[in-house]
Design a protein around this ligand. Structure first.
Ligand SMILES: [Zn+2]
Length: 236
């Protein structure tokens, strides 16, 4: 059976350009509602900071049986941190997120940038899967790869692509085996009048939500199973 994974990186709006949390406050409830209506499971990679500020919505993610994963503490760039700083940030985020789910296994670094030398920090915190690599970024991983105890699951396409007209997007995604997609809650809030990069604001808000709903229905109608990152990594 073909599988598809929808993942959500839960963070401040369009980092590092904005500091607002409209995505968490307005976009995240819309996503949870959509997934509930469509009866699908997703993986939510949440920053420790968002979990501290909005515990109620993180509880809802777990209650609805989605997978909770870690997206660092304050959306820091791991490729710019030293080992000790990285260890501290991952430790702090893990401690906070473990209060909501004590079986965390999946991690994704902000900006999909996570030096391989830090993978042992994930192992030490008990993670088993890392989704910080992409098929479209060097080293262009084509499928899951194992690094020590960690299974690395690459994302297939960048998030802003999913806001383009679906007549372009769906044929492209249909050609990918087991696509792993990612979105952000702030994409489901209208940011079209914000002074941010075009890819951060293009078709955000109701257009993005409509696209995602149609995309889910398209893959459902083709018999795809909606998998979490834990599933994609083959973990029990
Ligand atoms: Zn992020």
């Amino acid at each position: 059976m073909q599988r598809i994974s929808i993942t959500v990186d839960v963070e401040q709006d369009c980092p590092p350009l904005l500091e607002s949390m409209r995505g968490v406050e307005e976009g995240l409830p819309r996503l949870l509602e959509l997934f509930k209506e469509e009866r699908i499971r997703a993986t939510f990679f949440v920053t420790g900071r968002v979990a501290e500020l909005y515990p109620g919505i993180i509880e809802e993610i777990v209650e609805q049986e989605h997978e909770l994963g870690c997206h660092g503490y304050a959306h820091e760039r791991y490729d710019r941190l030293g080992l000790r700083q990285a260890e501290k940030a991952i430790g702090r985020a893990t401690e906070i997120l473990s209060c909501f789910d004590d079986g965390l296994v999946s991690f994704r670094a902000p900006n999909l940038k996570f030096p391989a030398r830090f993978l042992r920090l994930l192992e030490a915190e008990g993670y088993l899967a890392d989704s910080s690599i992409a098929k479209y970024k060097p080293p262009f991983s084509r499928g899951t790869v194992t690094a020590g105890k960690i299974i690395r699951v690459p994302v297939s396409v960048t998030s802003s692509l999913l806001r383009l007209p679906l007549r372009f997007v769906l044929p492209l995604l249909s050609r990918i085996r087991d696509p792993v997609l990612f979105v952000h809650p702030w994409e489901f809030v209208d940011l079209q009048n914000e002074k941010v990069r075009l890819d951060c604001k293009y078709n955000t808000g109701s257009g993005a939500l409509r696209n995602l709903r149609q995309l889910i229905r398209y893959f459902k109608s083709r018999g795809y199973m909606f998998a979490t990152i834990r599933d994609m990594a083959g973990l029990p």
